[in-house]
Design a protein. Structure first.
Length: 64
């Protein structure tokens, strides 16, 4: 059975917060002497994720 893929769309500020939080989590795991492999993979995926420009439409029909 295939795993279900999930797509997450974030803006540049949210991406920055996400990366900062993952690095902080990695530092905490290192201090506790635990493995950081999963967090490393997530950091790599966030850094190398393609940037896609989206057009958001409001309920009134106008674009943002």
């Amino acid at each position: 059975m295939r795993e279900k893929k999930v797509h997450l769309y974030v803006d540049s500020q949210e991406r920055s917060i996400l990366l900062h939080s993952l690095v902080e989590l990695k530092n905490q795991l290192i201090q506790k002497g635990r493995y950081t492999d999963c967090v490393d993979e997530l950091i790599f995926k966030v850094i190398h994720a393609p940037i896609k420009k989206l057009r958001v439409r409001l309920a009134g029909g106008s674009d943002v």
